[in-house]
Design a protein around this ligand. Structure first.
Ligand code: NAD
Length: 302
């Protein structure tokens, strides 16, 4: 293996220390950040994510609340749950966990969120501000991707403020919560950004685009989609994918990324692993955004 393996667990610890300090400074001003989740149904991954986020929130001395609705909840009940959290002054930030069941319109739920509590920037106001390069909140997963990239670039003695200028950044996946916001963040760093998605793959052109990338960010939800043949030698590869896989021999479930780590590590300059890559940083960024939301609200109320 030749690539540097980016240690997401260590970076998450570093970020956590600064978020902890921020939350403590806010507490000294009499402001207590609070995070609330909206969970509809019993999706295994969402419940696991909520559990992790709750633990972290409480460890940082912040309040946690949850609105848990059954899988057959009516749209009106979900909107009412969001409205309740919007009105609760103890809640600074609201996370709506995906997937929502088919009878609930995701867009309607997002539009109902108080934009000042919309820490994942899913409300059109916040998504628009991000697209304009004036973010109120940067969604936690793409924020983590670029925070990880910036730290790696710094560790090689280069300046993240100019490193991306004109480089080819290829994003695989164009979801509203990861791929699209990452596109805006890449443009804001002056990269030449290409958005590849399942139609790119269906047209047989994924490899051609991926191989051009100086920086390749993969968020497709397809286990080991990106192999060494799709990576330019010396590229930086960030794997966002989290895919549960059952070992046929033991029956045990483990997580794999969207990148074929072993082969890609032979050609890339740096690669982030799964688990232990983007995931742990994302959890901390969510809290960072919650603290930011509490600070914004306190400034308005002052
Ligand atoms: P999504 O299903 O909403 O979107 C997937 C995207 O990938 C789509 O734009 C689709 O067009 C594209 N795609 C699908 N198959 C493809 C293919 N064969 N080739 C190219 N593009 C393809 O998923 P999402 O919510 O963006 O999540 C993507 C992955 O990232 C999942 O594995 C998810 O679990 C993971 N994820 C990780 C974190 C984290 O913190 N690390 C956070 C969110 C999501």
């Amino acid at each position: 293996m030749t690539a540097h393996v980016i240690d997401g667990d260590r970076l998450a610890e570093e970020l956590r220390a600064s978020v902890e300090a921020d939350a403590a400074a806010l507490a000294d001003e009499g402001v207590a950040p609070g995070l609330a989740t909206v969970l509809v149904g019993d999706d295994y991954a969402s419940i696991a994510y909520e559990r992790r986020v709750r633990r972290l929130t409480e460890e940082l001395g912040c309040r946690f609340a949850s609105e848990h609705l059954p899988a057959d909840a009516a749209q009106a009940d979900v909107l009412a749950a969001v409205g309740k959290l919007n009105a609760d002054p103890r809640v600074s930030g609201v996370l709506v966990l995906r997937p929502l069941p088919p009878q609930v319109d995701e867009g309607d739920v997002y539009r109902t969120l108080d934009p000042l509590k919309d820490i994942e920037a899913v409300h059109p106001d916040n998504a628009g501000l991000l697209a304009l390069g004036q973010p109120r909140f940067v969604p936690s997963t793409p924020a983590s991707v670029f925070w990880m990239l910036d730290r790696y670039v710094e560790s090689t003695g280069r300046d993240p403020a100019s490193f991306y200028n004109g480089l080819d950044l290829v994003l695989v996946g164009r979801s509203n919560n990861v791929g699209k916001p990452a596109l805006w963040l890449g443009l804001a760093r002056n990269a030449t950004v290409v958005s590849a998605h399942h139609h790119t793959a269906e047209a047989g052109r994924l490899e051609e685009h991926a191989r051009r990338a100086d920086i390749l960010v993969v968020a497709a939800g397809v286990p080991r989609l990106v192999t060494a043949a799709m990576v330019k030698p010396g590229a930086i590869v960030i794997d966002v994918g989290i895919n549960p896989e059952t070992d046929p021999a033991t029956g045990r479930v483990h997580l794999v990324g969207d990148v074929d780590f072993d082969s890609v590590a032979e050609v890339a300059a740096a690669v982030s692993p799964v688990p232990g890559g983007v995931g742990p940083i994302t959890d901390v960024f969510l809290l960072s955004n919650t603290v930011r939301a509490a600070r914004l609200r306190a400034a308005i109320d002052r």
